[in-house]
Design a binder for this molecule. Structure first.
Ligand code: ARG
Length: 383
């Protein structure tokens, strides 16, 4: 079966790490720096300052990432499992020291893996949605190739030597752009480089500076005309780390920015949750409607969330619908099917991406059967 470059690369890494450890790091290429510097060096790098990359993220599976909205982490596809709900990843952010008592730790709730990932080489990007927004700055993604050359900055908590351990403190380094033809001339896996989708960087002749295992998904950066960081790529693969004529390979964001932004829009929510806490009695064989006003640019998300809390003596009596401002209704729950249970404390997800977010949304609750009653305690809508 066809394996992508980074898949082949991962297989290679397992072998090479063992080999390096077994051979007492005989192949490690990290250039030792000044003797008075006790900080383990990223390959050719230096410690990052607190706040220098305020949107950088360490992910629990041992990858890096960048906040592109206050709830979405951009990382590498090869760092995550398939697209779908996923609460198994934790993101650590807001600190260069992974043990900083002030670090922010948030769990994931959904993963979107690039649709082409796992097929031919390239497409090594993914978005992780956090379970709630985080109040940190975000980094813009390059939307043109204008800054896809020159000297880039990389950062991460990955290995500081080929085969070495992960780092506690964030390290950064500068890596020169390497053009596609030269990168392919490295041979081996580099022959599978996808020039449009991947961008190479490193010291071609001398090596000595690179990202390494554990940096994947982290940022490759350049500065725009105003001196602001722009995300040019995300760390993907390389043969070994910092070896001469074996550059680091990065997902090229200027090629994927539309796909990434479209995925980000579909993942939402971008809008603050709205809550209605006016308790409303649900009459027997009756119907109630509760309103919520939302103000937020653009459309609702494909993952619009409706949390409903109802006291009831027989929940099987109830049909619940979410009604968009234009009157379109979305069924959250049918009557029956759950006979015997009573209260409803549920979170429903609907695809409301064709709805304009701003306007008055309604929750309609209908009691279909004689005999039991209850009341809507509150509901919360995150479009
Ligand atoms: N695939 C690696 C990871 O999962 C990144 C390797 C980067 N290698 C390099 N030589 N630049 O962390």
């Amino acid at each position: 079966m066809w394996m992508t470059s980074w898949k082949k690369r991962l297989a290679f890494t397992l072998v090479s790490v063992v080999a390096v450890l077994g051979a007492a790091a005989g192949q490690a290429v990290a250039a030792p720096s000044s003797a008075d510097d006790v900080q383990p060096q990223v390959i050719g790098g230096t410690p990052a300052a607190q706040g220098e990359f305020p949107w950088i993220v360490r992910l629990s599976m041992g990858c890096g990432g960048s906040m592109i909205t206050q709830q979405l982490v951009l990382t590498a596809a090869h760092c995550v499992p398939a697209t779908g709900p996923n609460t198994s990843i934790t993101a650590t952010l807001g600190a260069i020291d992974l043990q900083d008592p002030n670090r922010i730790v948030v769990r994931s709730d959904y993963v979107h893996r690039a649709p082409g990932a796992g097929g031919p080489p390239g497409d090594d990007w993914a978005l992780i949605r956090l379970e709630h927004p985080v109040d940190v700055p975000t980094v813009p993604i390059a939307t043109t190739p204008d800054l896809d050359s020159g000297t880039f900055t990389v950062a991460g908590w990955g290995a500081a030597t080929e085969g070495g351990p992960q780092q506690r403190f964030l390290l950064k380094a500068q890596v020169p752009f390497i053009d596609d033809a030269q990168c392919q001339s490295a041979g081996s896996d580099y022959l599978d480089l996808v020039p449009a989708e991947e961008i190479c960087a490193g010291n071609w002749t001398a090596g000595g500076v690179d990202t390494c295992q554990g940096d994947s998904g982290g940022p490759l950066l350049n500065k725009d005309a105003n001196g602001e960081w722009v995300l040019i790529g995300t760390t993907s693969w390389g043969i070994g780390c910092a070896r001469p004529q074996n550059p680091g390979v990065y997902m090229q964001a200027s090629y994927f920015h539309e796909a990434i932004h479209a995925a980000a829009a579909s993942l939402g929510p971008r809008c603050a949750p709205a809550v209605n806490t006016n308790a409303t009695a649900i009459p027997d064989v009756g119907e109630i409607t509760s309103d919520l006003a939302v103000t937020c640019d653009g459309n609702a998300s494909g993952q619009t969330r409706v949390e409903v809390n109802i006291n009831h003596s027989y929940r099987g009596d109830l049909i619940i619908d979410l009604i968009a401002p234009d009157g379109t209704s979305y069924r959250l729950k049918n009557a029956k099917g759950d006979d015997g249970a009573d209260d409803i404390n549920e979170s429903y997800t609907v695809n409301a991406s064709s709805e304009v977010a701003t306007g008055t949304w309604h929750l309609r609750v209908r009691d279909m059967f004689r005999g039991d009653t209850g009341s809507l305690k509150n509901w919360r809508l995150t479009v």
